[in-house]
Write a protein of this length. Structure first.
Length: 91
């Protein structure tokens, strides 16, 4: 079985390849830029990324997303880590 992995992050590809290879799953790196919707729910962000990637390559595809939740800040930044970091760099 082959899965296409839509990401520009080579480290993520290496990690997923290592995890799935023991199940006979070949990971094919698809280094495309995917927009990252501004939502707090990382499941919804990952779903939007997969749908976007599939619309571009028309093959079974996976995407990975994660969040960083600071409970004393109401869960901020949650699933908006990259936009938050980019905003902080501008100041």
């Amino acid at each position: 079985m082959k899965l296409h992995f839509a990401t520009r992050n080579r480290g993520k590809v290496d990690f997923i390849t290592n995890m799935l290879s023991k199940y006979g799953i070949k990971v094919i790196h698809v280094p495309i830029e995917l927009s990252e919707p501004r939502m707090g729910d990382i499941r919804e962000i990952a779903k939007a990324k997969v749908l976007s990637a599939y619309s571009k390559i028309k093959k079974p595809v996976i995407a990975l997303d994660s969040g960083f939740y600071i409970h004393s800040s109401g869960g901020f930044p949650g699933g908006n880590v990259n936009p938050t970091l980019k905003n902080m760099e501008l100041r």
